[in-house]
Design a protein around this ligand. Structure first.
Ligand code: UT7
Length: 333
């Protein structure tokens, strides 16, 4: 019997209209376009301004874009996963609401949280359900409204993050295409360096926590940067060596978009030229769970059936890893 592999068969995306430029950030904090561009590669990011709307607003639209483009009937979807660090609410799953709103009435749904590695871990989860033969259509959405947890008086974080959502559909494949290998890691030592301190079970919300601005993301940028550079490069290299792939065998590196310098370090380690590295950090900044599928959506037209893609991500927790995936379709022009 041929082994069932889990292939990505469709992608979709949604980015909010509002563009927060480096210039506008100059009016909020002590920073400048030159510093942000040279240190991060970011020129602008999108911000969801719709009143009383959260992550599901974007997740629903990304999913609808995918359904429309691929002509998929939402009633055929078995499972909806929303990878997110910014759910609509702490309790009441964003994925459940999203599934209902897109008409996935025969699906079960849940959220998955692993900071900037959420989508990578979600790929592993979605693929496992398909490979097991238990489900046929798994919709994985990466979505984050980072602007809801960013302190726009903190120049160390507010210049980095943006809002977005993007989605992929996983389906069984019998040509050997789709997810080939994964190497996922985590280390709890990292939670001191990138976190939201309050609002959880250790430190529930109080007047004090609000006054101390403890509901915003806080990161020790330099430390996170060092861990990200060495770990993302390590796992990307491991994917190549473990699968006996040379740099010539790789068509695309799909790296988490946290900092252009981290992306370059990862690409350099595996010897990949710039043309083979997907980048959109200049337009969107770090959209946390949305970066990887947003890259796929932006580069979909350039991807060809059989292309070898290496995904790599690093995020809070710490969480990180790499996935080797063979692209399963050519986009019809
Ligand atoms: O996706 C989840 C994982 N997150 C990441 O991977 C983020 C990793 N970290 C980073 O990308 C970088 O560490 C940052 C972009 C956050 C910061 O860049 P850096 O090159 O590590 O800068 P730094 O924190 O070492 O600061 C260098 C200098 C400092 O000034 P002094 O002490 O040298 O005078 C900072 O105060 O730059 C200053 N600085 C800024 N200046 C202008 C820090 N932020 C800013 C800013 N504008 N926004």
């Amino acid at each position: 019997m041929t082994k069932i592999t889990a292939a990505i068969t469709a992608v979709g995306k949604y980015v909010p209209e509002y563009i927060l430029t480096n210039k506008e950030l100059e009016s909020l904090v002590d920073t400048n376009d030159e510093w942000i561009t040279t240190r991060t590669g970011i020129k602008e990011r999108r911000i969801l301004k719709e009143p009383n709307q959260g992550t599901s607003y974007m997740a629903i639209r990304a999913a609808q874009d995918l359904l429309k483009k691929s002509n998929t009937n939402p009633e055929e979807i078995d499972l909806v996963l929303v990878a997110t660090a910014t759910p609509d609410m702490p309790v009441a799953s964003t994925a459940v609401y999203t599934a209902t709103k897109i008409g996935a009435t025969n699906a079960f749904a849940f959220d998955l949280q692993a900071a900037c590695s959420s989508f990578l871990y979600g790929m592993s989860t979605a693929a496992s359900y398909i490979e097991s033969g238990r489900y046929k259509k798994v919709l994985l959405i990466g979505a984050d409204k980072m602007s809801s947890i960013i302190d726009y008086t903190d120049r160390a974080t507010c210049i980095i993050f943006g809002d977005a959502a993007a989605a992929v559909l996983f389906e069984p494949n019998n040509e050997g295409l789709g997810l080939q290998d994964e190497y996922l890691r985590s280390d709890g030592v990292g939670r001191e360096f990138l976190k939201i301190e309050a609002g959880g079970s250790i430190l529930p919300t109080s007047e004090e926590t609000i006054k101390n601005r403890q509901h915003f993301v806080h990161q020790e940028g330099k430390t996170v940067f060092k861990f990200a550079v060495s770990n993302m490069a390590d796992v990307a290299e491991k994917m190549l060596t473990r699968n006996q792939l040379s740099k010539e065998d790789i068509q695309w590196l799909v790296p988490h978009q946290a900092n252009k310098r981290i992306i370059e370090a990862t690409a350099n380690r595996i010897g990949l030229q710039e043309e083979k590295v997907m980048i959109n950090i200049d337009k969107y900044g770090n959209t946390t769970s949305a970066t990887l599928p947003l890259l796929l959506a932006d580069y979909e037209d350039q991807l060809k059936k059989g292309d070898n893609l290496i995904f790599a991500a690093f995020g809070g927790g710490f969480t990180w890893g790499a996935i080797y995936l063979k692209w399963a379709y050519n986009t019809q022009q």
